[in-house]
Write a protein of this length. Structure first.
Lengths: 308, 964, 232
């Protein structure tokens, strides 16, 4: 698949934003990751400046940036609003609905905090946590539901999206809330899980695929060897540009290693040294590479028709 | 609940604005197949071009090109006004200034008048892929120049001539397989052909019927892809393959003896008198009739003697003491020879001996065990009644894979011999003639020789020589025509040698000319051999600074490469903008059982200052006061083309259009001119068809009632049986001349004598193509050929933005295993070198190609700046022409044309090359040409053609919100 | 109704007639225009709703074959291209199963193209909307056309009759009968899209017996030739 930059940036950045928001909410409400926050002051203005709200704003900024960038890859953005209409069937529509839903819910949540409606804030906070899980799951399912791309229609994809988003959030959390002094008992297992899932995913790519040029052309029974003689067009066409992006195995193998190290291993090491920003940077770049690989290693079945 | 289509329709919006739309019928001209089309327009724009279901040629279907007509009409390369080469600019630079039609025609009239007043042969008028040779030929005759021909000489004259000198009709456009009845079909060397849609329609019929389809072709694409059996022959060797099958049939005596006796000259007696002046001629009686040996009377008798029981085989001495053998005896002697045994042939053509044997026996099985009978009584030439037509349902079609070789004439005769032995000529299930064919052998028209100022020729420039007396040479034996047609170089050059015109004119060999008019011929590019040199020749100057060809006039509709080499450009209309006739006097669109013709009519008004070439010719004919175009007062006789078509009569009652003649407007085929004729055609969807009664449908070469009918229309000039000439006395007469055994003209040089003796064999022979005789196989191991892509017509379609999306550059296709052997990767670049030149091309691997053959699509490569394409267009940067490699002369013998030694057919496919990997890092083909200074390029932007507003089929918001 | 096509791989010669017929019909009609990118320059391209590819097929112990393979939208029963579409632009009509794109609703996200296994959808990059075969919905129901013209443009034009159009719900329709008799196949059935269009595989070549020849060719050859009595 063609790795459109906007999509890479969008999924990684918004994933991080959602993960960060998740961590913040979790920390605030369940205190698992210590949050240096002692309630809101009486003064609304000063409370606005409270670190928690700033952090929420950062998270919101991140996923908003991601969402905006996602619209760059629409060829006809003026119809983007219509993407709310097919909630019934389309994961993309669901993602859009939930993503947009985030904003009012978040606004109400912040209102509840500001007006110190604790119960409401707790409940809405919980709802937001669920919403975030669902949202990231929707994003994942956009890819995971496509039977046309076996590398995406894969048992590790939705789990991966969820855990990667969480890791990204955690890395961001560690960086912007240094006071939190994240416990290695927290980040090591999480990073480890991410690493394992990615490894399992890479491993699963080696599994044999059910579709091939024989099933694609219907000459399946004959077990014949089939080669493309003529594409019927001299220039690369839309399908080829969109779906057929060939990167040699050497490059992808190297990229896989760099990605695993940059996204998971190095951040763990850096965190233990408390270099939180470095960990975040390494992880973010690693995730961009992860997403790039996610695309370039995804082989749409249409390639069978092009013998590639 | 299921809904009916009408219910569904009722809920749909009205998509098409039918009220604003008009439909008109006309004839497609995206190629020479001439399918009927129905064009829907809306506000002077084309909405849709659809096949005309009632049309005899295409029955409603259209090919890839025909469906892209909108984009031809839209082409940015359309010429816009008459132009003159800018004074001071160099020819070929493409610098022009627009002039008015008046000025253009004045310039031309003045020039032509001068030539006509002094030396008419100084005008050479040659036409390419046109469909109006009847008009251009008439024009040239009236002008008085013999230097006229159409593209046949570089196209497929081998097929036409071999047929017309053998069966009286031919492959190419003068015959068709009997698609409705054939059970075994063998296709020789055809990628697409002129009958593009009819062949496709026919193949579907075969498949439906479960008939077997065998394709003989070095390459497996297109039609060959759906063949039941693909025979990967080595190029240029079909002759030995055909004659080896003849060997098998003769050896097993699996031949239609009755057919041979009754319909061919196989039983005729041939004089055996080596060294004598009648050796090899047909023995004739006092009345000049060929003779037979009658087994009952044991005597020589006239071939017209219907009581005779001719001996098919035998050697006799006539009463006057002449030793004779039947032609069939000579056939047996020739082809039973070991050299034609499958084992021997296999070594040459690369087809397994067992396959050669089997294919021959399969055809024999179908011909003789699956015989069909059509119960229609008919009367033969001698007046005898027959109950039915007996059919041997084996048919064949052959085209340029056979014709574009220098042995193509004899190869094609070999295929006709095969057909005749199987008894499949014009019989049910066999190969049928298309009216006005068959003709007598050969058609009784002799090529014009004599010329005088201001005098029309006394016969057409092209005709059918039957002996050296008919050659167009002077007393010293030198060619009279600029293309040297009908000279000793190419005695039966029945379509001229267009590919030699430029070279001969530049070399003033046999003489210099003044003006060259090219109509619809891209001679500066894909239609010439040795293209790079040809472009230089067009620019060549004498010492005095004058161009060697002083004046070049080009009629084209588009900015072709040739346009850039003209001094005067007369822009033509597109096929949707003009009147045209597809005449029976020309290469008609007839079907086997129907005489047909057709017209074009303007559908779109030209938005430029262009004129139909037809109009220009009629106008010039009036200005130049050609007798047939001038009335008694010396004024132009015809108002224009439409008037000419209606009123011109070739002979009384016969004009360009056959339908709706006469006062009552319903005299078909023959009748007085009818002023309303165009209207009648338009009412009848722009075509005319006259279906034959059932008793005219077969054996027309020997069908009395048919022949009488054909004679009444001037299609044949007598009702004699058309006897199929397996043995050609006409060819032998040239050998006698070469042997010094004739009173008429004789070849002058030993080389000429050797050529004639070797190639003018009266029975079909196989010989190695001429170029290949003169180079070594080791040096040039690969055969190199081209094929027509089904979706492109020669150079026409690079300007078509839809078709060029399918193919905008070509590859050199090579056998995968051979390429890998040579270290040539898929998509790697290579040097391709012939004895003549060198090019660089990109290779593509394939499996379906004979291992020693490489090929490419024809005419995809373009010169920079032409055809409305931008400078970065792949057509010029990656596309390439094989033509550079093909020489118009043979490697050794200087001056001998690279053509069939009998017909002068251009030998495009004799080319041999060597291929070496190219290691330079450059993704471009070579040579690259600088190109024109004045490109008529389109903007490099995107294009979005639309006719009328689109009516989107809306989905309601409710539906998208709530529907599953 | 379940409208769709059969495509006969035994007769398709790869002429591209169906492709250009489709192009010209759909340059206007309900889905047009179709933009030609770089129309007269390098890399000319644009959306085609029907394309013809060509394959070389080599089965073990058999000579290889060339097969032309036209492909347009197969109007799948489980059209996931529709399921994934977020805007509702893509839809499958209940009444006849035709899968369409509402040109006014599409936002050009390409997701439907991602979901199509058959490459049947191509984005018009200039207009930003998705194009695909409409099964010529704007022809087949047009009551102002002659009944025999109410056929998809590609079907009308195919010179080898390789493309047939009809209702697969009707067991007596030509397409149903052809699918049954020629053992029409689904492309990539394993993905479960249940395509409506069926491909008719190349047939086995007919076997022609060779004419039995006499082992003793005594009368063969010129020497032993005995002339038959045949009247001229
Ligand atoms: N689409 C399209 N149609 C056209 C044209 C076009 O340009 N485009 N041009 C028109 C014109 S002018 C003509 S003359 C006709 C020609 O129509 P075709 O005769 O179909 O012409 P070619 O493409 O030259 O095809 C020759 C075929 O013969 C094969 N071949 C080459 N050498 C040999 C050989 O030695 N033996 C055998 N058995 N096969 C061989 C080639 O592989 C090729 O398949 O087509 C006409 N129709
Ligand atoms: N290597 C190789 N070369 C070949 C062949 C081959 O197989 N291989 N084939 C040969 C054969 S068989 C042939 S017939 C020739 C074809 O030879 P040509 O007939 O010379 O070639 P075309 O490319 O068809 O060019 C004809 C010209 O007609 C112009 N034209 C198109 N429509 C119109 C119109 O309506 N009016 C006017 N006035 N002009 C128009 C075009 O713009 C073009 O410039 O090529 C030959 N050349
Ligand atoms: S074969 Fe195609 S291009 Fe040629 S006349 Fe027919 S429809 Fe037109
Ligand atoms: S072929 Fe592709 S576009 Fe057509 S219905 Fe099936 S999935 Fe959708
Ligand atoms: S590109 Fe258009 S039709 Fe396709 S999924 Fe996106 S919005 Fe729907
Ligand atoms: S049915 Fe219509 S839209 Fe679909 S491929 Fe055929 S011509 Fe094109
Ligand atoms: S029109 Fe028919 S023969 Fe031509 S490519 Fe299309 S399906 Fe094949
Ligand atoms: Mo030709």
């Amino acid at each position: 698949m063609h790795p459109a930059l906007s999509v890479l940036f969008f999924t990684v950045t918004s994933g991080m934003g959602f993960g960060l928001l998740f961590c913040l909410l979790f920390a605030y409400h369940y205190g698992v990751f210590p949050l240096p926050l002692n309630g809101l002051s009486d003064n609304v203005w000063s409370s606005l400046t409270q670190p928690y709200l700033i952090d929420i704003a950062i998270a919101t900024g991140l996923f908003t940036l991601g969402l905006i960038s996602s619209s760059f890859h629409l060829a006809n953005p003026k119809n983007a609003w219509r993407s709310f209409t097919r909630f019934r069937s389309s994961w993309l529509s669901r993602e859009a609905v939930f993503a947009v839903l985030m904003y009012p819910v978040l606004a109400i949540y912040i209102g509840a905090l500001l007006f110190e409606m604790t119960l409401a804030a707790n409940l809405i906070g919980l709802a937001l946590l669920v919403l975030l899980l669902v949202l990231v799951y929707c994003t994942a399912m956009i890819y995971a539901s496509l039977k046309t791309i076996p590398q995406w229609h894969n048992r590790y994809v939705s789990a991966g999206f969820l855990i990667f988003s969480l890791i990204s959030g955690l890395m961001a959390y560690a960086a912007i809330v240094p006071e939190a002094q994240l416990n290695s008992l927290i980040y090591l297992p999480v990073l480890g899980t991410g690493l394992v899932i990615k490894l399992l995913y890479f491993h699963s790519l080696g599994e044999p695929q059910i579709s091939n040029i024989n099933t694609a052309t219907g000459f399946g029974a004959s077990q014949a060897s089939i080669t493309l003689f003529d594409t019927g067009h001299s220039s690369r066409n839309f399908s080829q540009r969109e779906f057929i992006y060939i990167v040699g195995p050497k490059t992808t193998n190297l990229a896989r290693k760099v990605c695993l190290i940059a996204a998971f291993v190095l951040p763990a090491a850096l965190l233990t040294m408390n270099w939180t920003w470095a960990a975040l940077a390494s992880h973010y770049l690693g995730m961009l590479l992860e997403r790039w690989l996610f695309f370039v290693e995804a082989k749409h079945v249409i390639r069978h028709y092009y013998s590639t | 609940m299921p809904q009916s289509p009408a219910d569904i329709a009722a809920k749909l919006p009205r998509f098409e604005n039918h009220a604003e739309q008009e439909t008109h019928f006309t004839t497609c001209y995206m190629c020479a197949c001439r399918c009927g089309i129905k064009v829907t327009t809306e506000n002077e724009q084309i909405r849709f071009i659809q096949g005309n279901r009632n049309h005899p040629v295409n029955k409603g279907v259209l090919c890839g090109k025909g469906n892209a007509g909108i984009m031809k009409q839209n082409s940015p390369a359309k010429l816009k006004h008459p132009m003159r080469r800018k004074s001071g600019s160099e020819r070929g630079s493409g610098e022009f200034e627009a002039i008015s039609w008046d000025e253009a025609l004045d310039i031309l009239t003045k020039r032509l008048k001068n030539i006509r007043d002094t030396d008419p042969k100084k005008l050479a008028f040659f036409t390419g892929r046109d469909q109006m040779q009847a008009l251009t030929g008439l024009w040239a005759s009236q002008f008085g120049t013999i230097n006229w021909a159409a593209h046949g000489g570089f196209c497929s004259v081998n097929m036409a001539s071999a047929g017309l000198y053998t069966t009286g009709h031919s492959f190419w456009e003068f015959g068709d397989p009997d698609w409705d009845n054939t059970r075994y079909f063998m296709l020789w060397g055809v990628a697409e052909d002129h009958a593009s849609n009819p062949i496709k329609i026919g193949l579907e019929k075969l498949k439906k019927r479960g008939a077997k389809f065998v394709a003989i072709n070095p390459v497996r694409t297109g039609y060959q892809a759906i063949a039941d059996e693909w025979i990967a022959i080595k190029p240029g060797t079909d002759g030995i393959f055909a004659l080896s099958m003849v060997h098998v049939l003769l050896r097993e005596r699996l031949i239609d003896e009755e057919f041979l006796v009754r319909y061919t000259n196989a039983p005729q007696l041939i004089i055996q008198n080596p060294g004598g002046n009648n050796d090899g001629l047909v023995h004739r009686d006092q009345d000049g009739n060929p003779t037979l040996w009658c087994q009952s009377s044991e005597q020589v008798t006239s071939a017209l003697n219907t009581d005779a029981n001719p001996a098919l085989v035998g050697e006799y001495t006539t009463d006057d003491g002449v030793l004779v053998k039947t032609a069939m005896s000579l056939i047996l002697e020739s082809y039973l020879d070991e050299q034609y045994a499958p084992e021997q042939a296999a070594k040459v053509c690369g087809i397994d001996a067992a396959d050669i044997e089997r294919l021959a026996l399969e055809m024999a099985h179908v011909a003789f065990k699956e015989t069909i009978e059509i119960k229609t009584p008919w009367v033969d030439w001698a007046g005898r009644e027959h109950e039915s037509f007996i059919g041997r349902p084996v048919s064949m079609h052959a085209m340029r894979g056979v014709s574009a070789h220098s042995n193509g004439f004899q190869t094609c005769r070999g295929i006709h011999l095969l057909q005749a032995l199987l008894g499949t000529v014009d019989c049910p299930g066999g190969h049928l003639a298309k009216p006005p064919y068959p003709k007598h052998i050969a058609p009784p028209i002799k090529p014009a020789k004599a010329m005088a100022p201001n005098t029309p020729l006394n016969s057409p420039p092209l005709g059918f020589p039957t002996s050296p007396d008919d050659l167009v040479i002077d007393d010293d034996g030198n060619p009279l025509r600029i293309d040297k047609a009908y000279s000793w170089d190419a005695p039966l050059a029945n379509h001229g040698l267009m590919h030699m015109v430029i070279k001969n004119a530049v070399n003033a060999d046999p003489y210099p000319i003044d003006t060259l008019i090219l109509f619809m011929a891209n001679m500066a590019w894909n239609s010439s051999m040795n293209t790079a040199q040809t472009m230089e020749m067009l620019k060549a100057k004498n010492d005095d600074g004058e161009y060697k060809i002083p004046f070049i006039v080009c009629s084209d509709a588009f900015h072709s490469e040739t346009v850039d080499f003209a001094d005067l450009i007369l822009p033509d209309t597109t096929y949707l903008e003009r009147y045209d006739t597809i005449s029976i006097l020309d290469r008609p669109i007839s079907e086997a059982h129907m005489a047909c013709d057709a017209i074009r009519q303007p559908i779109i008004n030209p938005d430029r200052d262009v004129r139909p070439w037809q109009e220009v010719l009629i106008d010039l004919a009036g200005r130049l006061k050609f007798p047939q175009f001038t009335n008694d007062e010396g004024k132009p006789r015809y108002e224009g083309y439409e008037d000419f078509i209606v009123n011109y009569e070739k002979s009384p009652g016969i004009g360009f259009l056959a339908g709706w003649r006469g006062d009552n407007q319903n005299d078909h085929l023959l009748g007085e001119p009818n002023p309303e004729q165009w209207e009648r055609y338009k009412e009848n969807e722009c075509f005319f068809e006259f279906e034959f009664p059932d008793n005219f449908k077969y054996f027309r070469h020997a069908n009395k009632e048919y022949l009488e009918f054909a004679q009444s229309l001037g299609w044949v000039n007598c009702t004699d049986q058309i006897v199929i000439e397996l043995y050609s006395e006409k060819l032998q007469s040239f050998r006698l001349a070469a042997l010094g055994q004739s009173d008429g003209p004789q070849p002058q040089t030993q080389a000429q004598r050797d050529r004639i003796l070797r190639y003018f064999e009266p029975l079909p022979i196989y010989y190695q193509p001429l170029e290949q005789q003169e180079i070594t196989k080791d040096e040039y191991p690969f055969f190199a050929i081209t094929q027509r892509p089904m979706h492109m017509y020669h150079s026409w379609d690079s300007q078509n933005s839809w078709l060029r999306q399918i193919t905008s550059h070509n590859y050199l296709y090579m056998s995968e295993s051979k390429a890998l052997e040579l270290g040539i990767a898929d998509l790697g670049w290579v040097w391709v070198e012939s004895h003549n030149a060198k090019i660089r091309a990109q290779v593509k691997h394939m499996q379906g190609v004979q291992a020693d053959t490489v090929w490419t699509w024809n005419a995809i490569g373009k010169r920079k700046g032409n055809w409305g394409l931008s400078k970065d267009a792949p057509e010029s940067n990656k596309g390439f022409l094989l033509n550079h490699l093909i020489s118009e002369s043979l490697p050794k013998q200087d001056g001998i044309t690279n053509s069939d030694p009998i017909t002068g057919q251009a030998a495009w496919y004799d080319l041999k090359v060597k291929i070496t990997p190219c290691y330079e890092k450059d993704d471009k083909s070579w040579p690259q040409f600088e190109g024109t200074k004045n490109p008529m390029t389109a903007s490099t932007q995107d294009q979005s053609y639309q006719c009328g507003e689109s009516v989107n089929l809306k989905r309601s918001l409710k539906d998208s919100l709530f529907k599953k | 109704m379940k409208l769709g096509l059969t495509v006969d791989l035994d007769t398709c010669v790869g002429c591209h007639g169906c492709a250009t017929a489709c192009k010209q019909w759909n340059s206007s009609g309900t889905i047009g225009p179709l933009t030609d990118l770089n129309a007269y320059a390098d890399e000319p391209d644009g959306p085609w709703l029907n394309r013809i590819r060509t394959y070389e097929v080599k089965a073990e112990n058999e000579v290889s074959k060339t097969v032309h393979f036209p492909m347009s939208c197969l109007h799948c029963e489980n059209a996931e291209c529709v399921t994934v579409c977020p805007t509702g632009a893509s839809y499958k009509r209940e009444e006849d199963g035709i899968v369409l794109v509402d040109q006014d609703k599409c936002m050009g996200c390409n997701l439907c193209a991602w979901a199509c296994p058959y490459g049947a959808r191509e984005l018009d990059e200039a207009q930003g909307v998705m194009k695909k075969c409409t099964l010529c919905v704007d022809r087949i129901y047009d009551q102002e056309l002659e009944p025999e013209d109410r056929q998809p443009a590609c079907v009308l034009t195919c010179p080898t009759g390789s493309r047939k159009f009809g209702d697969f719900d009707d067991p007596t329709s030509e397409v149903s009968l052809l699918t049954a008799s020629r053992k029409g196949v689904d492309l990539m059935p394993e993905l479960g899209y249940a395509p409506t269009n069926k491909y008719l595989p190349p047939r086995a070549a007919p076997q022609v017996p060779t004419h039995a020849t006499s082992t003793s060719s005594s009368d063969a050859g010129i020497k032993g030739w005995i002339n038959k009595m045949i009247a001229r």
